[in-house]
Design a protein around this ligand. Structure first.
Ligand code: GLP
Length: 236
């Protein structure tokens, strides 16, 4: 595990973008696992800036996102598909056909979970997975208490996650109660992991996750045993 302290959010974003761009330069057809939330926004902005300067080419790159809310269509501004298009895909030369986000409105959500697992497999696995962390230690939408062995599945969101994400919605009641998420097993199978955490409010959970006991009560704690984990944090 490599743990890097960033000077500030801009520094964190540049460092994370550097690691992602190195991956794409070394392997242009890399499979990037991507994340949503406020933390990666700066990383995506930085990648767009370097793309505009001609430094990175995403024409062969494939992406696979961690999660999506159940019930939100791709054109819903709160959906993670919308977030990814708006914050990254619309601004770089990636082929949208090569970008993947779980379908939150699939008629059969169990079948959608199986499709997503098969997709990860057919892409040859994930080369580099970017991760944020929730205040309760969730990664993707893997909430505390869920088995580490899970692949893509449907989750009922915890109260603290609904509260934390209410800021993006009109009110708490509008936050979907369920999500589809890549499981911990799928995340742990990625060749490299990059966890980013920003803000004083993340310090406690990151310390518990990285240096405490490995327990399903803190989903991110399993990351300690991944052979290639990089953590970049800034608690200013
Ligand atoms: C959401 C996402 C997670 C993300 C977390 C933290 O719940 N499903 O993937 O890591 O929020 O978000 P933020 O970066 O806004 O703190």
């Amino acid at each position: 595990m490599k743990v890097i302290e960033a000077k500030n959010y801009a520094d964190l974003s540049r460092k994370a973008a550097n690691i992602i761009s190195a991956q794409v330069i070394l392997k242009p057809d890399a499979v990037l696992g991507l994340a949503t939330g406020s933390t990666p926004v700066g990383t995506y902005k930085q990648l767009i800036e370097w793309y505009n300067k001609g430094d990175i080419d995403f024409s062969l790159t494939k992406t696979i996102n961690l999660d999506e809310y159940v019930g939100l269509t791709p054109d819903n501004e709160q959906s993670y598909r919308y977030f990814m298009n708006h914050n990254l895909f619309d601004h770089i030369n990636i082929d949208k056909k090569n970008t993947n986000v779980p379908n939150g409105t699939a008629p059969d959500m169990e079948a959608e979970c199986l499709r997503y697992d098969a997709l990860i497999k057919s892409l040859g696995g994930i080369d580099l997975q970017l991760l944020g962390i929730g205040h309760n230690g969730h990664i993707g939408f893997n909430e505390p208490g869920q088995a580490f062995e899970k692949t893509t599945h449907i989750v009922t969101l915890g109260e603290s996650t609904i509260e934390a994400n209410a800021r993006f919605f009109g009110s708490k009641d509008e936050v979907p109660k369920q999500a589809i998420t890549m499981g911990i097993k799928s995340i742990m199978q990625a060749k490299k992991l990059l966890l980013i955490a920003n803000g004083r409010d993340k310090e406690d959970i990151v310390n518990k996750a990285l240096y405490g006991a490995v327990t399903p009560a803190i989903p991110a704690s399993i990351l300690q045993i991944h052979p290639d984990l990089t953590v970049i944090y800034c608690y200013e």
